[in-house]
Ligand binder design. Sequence first.
Ligand code: ATP
Length: 514
Amino acid sequence: MAQQEEVFKKIVSHAKEYGFVFQSSEIYDGLSAVYDYGQNGVELKNNIKRYWWDAMTLLHENIVGIDSAIFMHPTIWKASGHVDAFNDPLIDNRDSKKRYRADVLIEEEIARLDDKIEKEVAKARKRFGESFDEDLFRQTNPRVAEIAATRDALHERFAQAMNDNNLDELRQIIIDREIVCPISGTRNWTEVRQFNLMFKTEMGSTADGAMTVYLRPETAQGIFVNYLNVQKTGRMRLPFGIAQIGKAFRNEIVARQFIFRMREFEQMEMQFFVRPGEELKWFAQWKEWRLKWHKALGLGDQKYRYHDHEKLAHYANAATDIEFEMPFGFKEVEGIHSRTNFDLSQHEKFSGKNIKYFDPELNESYVPYVIETSIGVDRMFLSVLCSSYEEQALEGGDKRVVLHLPAPLAPVKCAVLPLVKKDGLPEKAREIVNDLKFDFATRYDEKDSIGKRYRRQDAIGTPFCITVDHQSLEDNTVTLRHRDSMEQTRVAIADLHRLIHDNVSLTSLLRRLG
Ligand code: ATP
């Protein structure tokens, strides 16, 4: 784990050094858990968004997009339950004065017990070698059974406390498990309190009696309150979906792990409206489709897992997370929720408007049920970045840092490099740039040795470098260098467009989704 933490630190500084992610307001010493995306970061982020948007709206003829405002009528948040129930349980350590989420402290304790079990299994695997029967060992080893029993009991107690919103019990679990503050090492804990995560601000001048409004903590509500507008104007029939990408804001108690948990972040959410009673079928379908979308990127199938929820949010009747293996463990990147008809019914109740759907096939009106897929752009960005980063030792003792970004997501698709800065090579290189730039993010670079220029492109994950040399002037060929293999092939300038396109187009990725 320590080694993984080292790698993560390197990734964070790499992200800064190469213009992917900067701390917000850095020259004023930063603003905690707020980040800015730099020149390469914004391109990568846009490509992720484009991949999601196209997968939703091009591949499904019954999904359309919207872009709703961040500010919404404050009653919406009353109706959705966010004013009363969008809370995190927080606890302070009196010695370090550090604040924690009580649920996260307990979840980490459960993860430690899981780790212990895995260590026992790993030890036994080493001891028994070839003949090791892992399933049998897990079932019969007394030490493993003991840890598993403790873990399960803790988990059950925790789930119960969360379901009951029992703050005293959460504190008691922390005390009973002797969980210490990682900073002070003490168990000097305060009571557990509820903390609402929504940011508030005021709209209108105070003289007129300003209205308290919230920065939206999720984009979903903008979809719910527009669902009938879209259904009617788009002549949509159930089942249909509405997709949206936009900023969301949460006053997170503990800001950690770089862009994993931010106070201002971006979500890609899709609400899929279905007939009541069909929601679990669609939930299973979206679980499968969404994992396929992730896996098509080729970051490694073993890096994903589902995590089904036991504690369901107040609105859900089934929920799962897609978790990704970050350097700091498996973490939620996307949530898939069967939200029942909770939100729409609430809006019907609070607004006093009829927002039922008339089903022409059944000849009846009802409030649709909803399946939600909700993914954080920034967490997706982090998973792509972390799994792409590699420090490679090269032959001859050389080293390079390379980002093996999926080519369709790479900020720059190709760099055109004249071997030397004279003899007409720069002019020839510019001609190539001027041809390719209409279809691909193309860079021109003539500064420093060719080796250094390759390294610079590797570090930002550029899939192709095109090198123009003296032979290019004679026969209109160039070398095409592939980022991952570093293999160089001689190709005709006339073929460049096709060769690059085949590799970097989003279409190739979308086709994998069928
Ligand atoms: P967590 O348990 O990590 O706080 P959540 O379950 O509250 O997350 P959801 O409300 O399901 O998250 O939000 C959907 C998605 O939005 C998450 O899967 C995640 O990718 C993203 N997300 C949520 N909170 C943040 C945050 N503070 N910073 C970045 N992304 C976030």
